[in-house]
Design a protein around this ligand. Structure first.
Ligand code: IVH
Length: 672
């Protein structure tokens, strides 16, 4: 064996060992080695890959976090439709389900398998020759979104199958299951969000869904997702299973995480399983909203088939919602980071479904009116898988005689500016452009990657700058000095230098970034681009009429109104003038009319040495091209940097023209 072969063999061994330890840690929750020992193995693999870059394959455990942000998700057509389940809520529903099946199958008793109904979202995974190559959301059941890079960040999901001795891995294996978030991870995630002033996730399902649909896999990597598999699509090399349990056990022999299940004989067996799982639901480390009952025998399943989008052989037996009564101590108003005024009921603490509840959201003014919740009321609160509980109803017979309806404030309780209703009429928002409750969020957005891209100015620093009064408006950022910064907590010499440098760098920007950075409601990056093309100087927007703005591509009447109001507001004009006076120079977009990129669809993959993905994207767009997230027949070029993975492969398969970094740079030159 030469040096490379030795390294390759060791790398393979390390893949297997790391996968095994991931399984112990993330699936079984019983690690065999310390974190330090695990890190040591990981470092050994990283070193090997640094020495022999060809060992750094996409299925390497070193590649879980990485991958650059996508513009949009690609589409994946499922090999077989992804079905959903019909719900039942009571014993009667179960009786009917069992009766129907017995009749259709023609047997007196049916064997079932009961599984916890995880509160997450369904996914389909594809392994080729044992390597994880693609994963997709359910979507409409036929076509889902390609979330491969995000799924790679899930530690309990093996990047390669490591079958037990004697088990053969099929060439292509498609498995299905649920991505979810464990209770303790969910709690940690929300604590972190609270600290950073971000809105909390109402329940683990929303957290899992939101995290899996992040365009930037680095964001997903920071969210602690888990996965369990429960199905597998028939295909060549996949055993033909007699029962569902056999299938689950097969998935397990391949090293895939499967959840606990329970076999149940007939109706009575299912009833017992349901009672047990209802009792034990709070003991589980993840949120479950019911129990899935499935026919165990695969032949029977085939005969039963499906109705519309649900199989006849399975049903979701939902748990009843958990309710308790308590007292409303007070009603307060919270001002969110986007200025939304949300009424919140402060409750006498009460335990609902194993969790102590002291606050309940009342959502908005309409909801508050409809329910007419008042201070002193006795109310029923419900947690239906949701961590943020809801008030279901008021016990009117217990209402104190002197109670009065809650008066929604006309002014922001934080800055006293007028609060007005949103265009859709549901949300009341503070109009104060420099309302401290909103300022942190505005600054954070201003500094974000697609906006002014001020590296080093994250949430925590934004919060510090606002709370210490150093920044009251955007332009104040450009007046910061190193001495100023050094007085802040946790700010070192080097970070201060870096921040000043990135502030300086951010002054040379584009009109598109500049408009986006202002944080105008509804104006995302794409609208900012269209606006910048129509209004290359911001001052033009001060005098633009509503009609002028409505004519901009993709700007609808509501958006036009919001944009118009924004630029009419003297405070906002002042903020823009102050930024320009501070030296910010937004360059007008150059519209390309000729050259190799005009009208072309380009996909960027792998890392380039000379520029970031963002910069490459801007260069292409400046030349009239469009950057897409995934390769298809419509793609004109794929720019492949170092370590390009599946997108490069796909381009080769489809015969799409591939440019390396050098060729890409040359092509940019010919068109400058
Ligand atoms: S079986 C046809 N098993 O519930 C088979 N689904 O309401 C359909 N779910 O889309 C899926 N836990 O996202 C199955 N143990 C489990 C499940 C489960 C959660 C979800 C899944 C599905 C939805 C249907």
């Amino acid at each position: 064996m030469d040096d490379f072969q030795k390294a390759a063999a060791r790398a393979r061994e390390l893949h297997r060992e790391l996968a095994h330890h991931n399984y112990r840690y993330y699936v079984l929750d019983s690690p065999e080695v310390s974190d330090a020992q695990y890190d040591k193995l990981m470092r050994e693999l990283q070193d090997l890959e640094a020495k022999h870059p060809s060992l750094q394959t996409p299925d390497s455990p070193t590649q879980r976090v990485g991958g650059a942000a996508a513009e949009e998700f690609g589409e994946v057509v499922h090999r077989a439709p992804m079905l959903s389940l019909a719900n039942i809520f009571e014993d009667q529903g179960l009786i009917e389900f069992d009766e129907r099946i017995r009749k259709l199958v023609g047997l007196p008793g049916i064997a079932y398998v009961c599984e916890p109904k995880l509160d997450g979202l369904a996914i389909a995974l594809r392994y080729e020759k044992g390597a994880f190559v693609q994963g997709a959301t359910r979507g409409d059941g036929t076509t889902g979104e390609d979330v491969t890079s995000n799924l790679r960040t899930i530690r309990s999901l093996p990047m390669s199958l490591f079958p037990q001795d004697g088990v053969k891995v099929p060439d292509v294996l498609e498995v299905r299951g649920e991505v979810f978030i464990r209770k303790k991870d969910f709690q940690k995630l929300n604590e972190k969000r609270e600290e950073e002033g971000e809105p909390l996730f109402a329940n683990p399902r929303n957290a899992a869904a939101g995290s899996l649909r992040q365009l930037d896999p680095r964001m997903t990597a920071a969210r602690p997702l888990s996965v369990f598999l429960y199905e597998c699509v028939p295909g060549e090399g996949v055993p033909v299973f007699k029962t569902h349990i056999e299938k689950l056990e097969y998935l397990k022999t391949l090293g895939l995480p499967i959840n606990q299940y329970r076999r149940a004989e007939g109706l009575e067996g299912v009833r017992q399983a349901y009672d047990a799982s209802l009792k034990g639901r709070h003991e589980l480390p993840f949120e479950v909203d019911g129990m899935v009952v499935k026919v165990d025998d695969e032949d029977q399943r085939k005969r039963l088939g499906q109705v519309s989008k649900s199989p006849r052989w399975a049903v979701a037996y939902k748990f009843p919602p958990e309710e308790e009564s308590t007292e409303v101590m007070d009603i307060g108003i919270q001002v969110g980071r986007t200025g939304a005024l949300t009424p919140v009921a402060h409750l006498k603490p009460v335990k609902v479904g194993g969790v102590t509840v002291a606050r309940a959201t009342l959502h908005n003014e309409d909801e508050l009116r409809r329910k007419d919740v008042r201070k002193g009321d006795t109310v029923f609160v419900r947690r239906a898988g949701d961590v943020i509980p809801e008030i279901v109803s008021v016990v009117l017979s217990k209402r104190p005689a002197d109670s009065a309806p809650f008066e929604f404030p006309k002014h922001c309780p934080v800055c006293d500016a007028v609060a007005t209703k949103d265009e859709d009429g549901a949300i009341i928002r503070c109009t104060g452009a420099s309302c401290p409750a909103q300022l942190v969020e505005k600054i954070r957005h201003f500094a974000s990657r697609l906006a002014m891209d001020i590296e080093g100015l994250g949430d925590k620093l934004a919060a510090q700058l606002v709370s210490t009064g150093r920044v009251k408006a955007f332009a104040d950022l450009y007046a910061l000095t190193k001495e100023n910064l050094l007085t802040l907590e946790r700010m070192g010499d080097k970070s201060a230098d870096n921040l000043i440098a990135s502030l300086e760098r951010s002054k040379q920007t584009t009109q598109r970034r500049f408009l986006y950075s202002l944080g105008i409601r509804h104006v995302g990056d794409a609208t900012a681009k269209a606006l910048a093309e129509a209004f290359p100087q911001s001052e033009m927007l001060f005098t633009a009429s509503l009609e002028d703005i409505s004519r901009v591509k993709d700007v609808g009447p509501i958006m036009a109104q919001v944009i118009h109001t924004f630029f009419q507001e003297p405070q906002n004009q002042e903020a823009i003038r102050a930024l320009l006076a501070a030296g910010v120079q937004p360059a007008a977009p150059q519209v390309a009319t000729g050259g190799p990129f005009v009208g072309k669809s380009v996909v960027l993959t792998g890392a380039m040495t000379g520029m970031t993905r963002e910069q490459a994207k801007e260069e292409v767009e400046r030349r009239g091209g469009k950057v897409a997230g995934s390769v298809s027949r419509k793609t004109d070029f794929v720019v492949a940097g170092e370590d390009a993975g599946s997108k490069l492969k796909k381009a080769q398969e489809l015969g799409v023209r591939i440019l390396d970094e050098h060729a890409f740079l040359q092509m940019l030159q010919t068109n400058a």
